[in-house]
Design a protein around this ligand. Structure first.
Ligand code: XBP
Ligand code: MG
Length: 247
């Protein structure tokens, strides 16, 4: 399905080129990472002796809560179990184990960038347009993903990188985007945020940044009526053929 639901693709391409910076979300936008996150959560639960298992349907619901630690807490509370809830240190330990398992999965198995992403990034670099990252996940997780996808010097692609553990409030709060804007020293209205979820859209919008949504596996049916543009696939706006887009 080739579609740009909000405006014609030429407008999307023009907005990308004209933006003073492109600010990318990571999970679901640069790559379809959530299945690796889900697998890592489940492996951490098993390692910790918990009989918790998050299937895809449950994980889709849980993804409404951004942040791994916050998601574990929300699930624990929702269980209404007679057994005591995990303490904050127990959740932190569980999440630390999950983060290591996730990095191992990504480093050993890899997780390709979504088709067309690398071409969009490379074209921006070629025209000297700053790129940035605003994500809920941790810097270590971005490092695992982008070291495989873009190489060990991946940080050189980005003028600003802000992770969820570096701000007070995670998405849908605007904190990560506001910190990126302050590091770029640019007004939000002149940048473009590239996101895949309703929470990401809310976060960037609250920071005053127009949003291009590229629908991902888990969030394709979110409400994107507040987005400037909605597309299904980055190959529609890059010159990269769909079958030649892997990092
Ligand atoms: C991504 C998230 C993250 C990941 C897991 O949201 O919500 O919590 O699912 O990462 P977004 P951590 O794409 O909107 O930034 O376990 O490291 O939190
Ligand atoms: Mg996302």
């Amino acid at each position: 399905m080739s579609e740009a639901s909000a405006k014609p693709l030429d407008h999307v391409r023009a907005s990308i080129v004209e933006a003073r910076a492109l600010i990318f979300d990571v999970d679901g936008t640069l790559a379809e990472t959530e299945e690796a996150h889900r697998e890592a959560f489940n492996a951490a639960f098993a390692e910790a002796g918990l009989d918790w298992r998050w299937d895809r349907a449950l994980y889709k619901e849980l993804l409404r809560v951004t942040g791994g630690k916050e998601r574990i807490r929300a699930y624990d509370v929702s269980r209404n179990s007679a057994s005591p809830q995990l303490s904050d240190p127990e959740i932190a330990e569980l999440h630390q184990a999950k983060t290591k398992l996730y990095a191992d999965l990504i480093t050993n198995g890899g997780c390709s960038l979504r088709p067309g992403v690398q071409a969009v990034l490379a074209a921006a670099r070629k025209r000297g347009q700053p790129l940035a990252i605003a994500t809920t996940t941790s810097r270590g997780n971005i490092d695992a993903l982008l070291t495989v996808a873009l190489g060990k010097d991946w940080t050189q692609w980005f003028a600003a990188i802000v992770a969820g553990d570096e701000v007070r409030n995670k998405k849908p709060a605007p904190d990560v985007y506001l910190k990126v804007l302050s590091e770029l020293n640019l007004p939000g209205s002149q940048c473009l945020a590239i996101e895949d979820s309703g929470n990401g859209l809310a976060s960037a919008s609250a920071a005053g940044i127009p949003v291009l949504i590229s629908r991902s596996a888990y969030f394709s049916d979110d409400d994107f009526s507040g987005a400037a543009f909605t597309i299904d696939d980055f190959t529609l706006i890059s010159d990269e053929p769909a079958n030649n887009s892997r990092a």
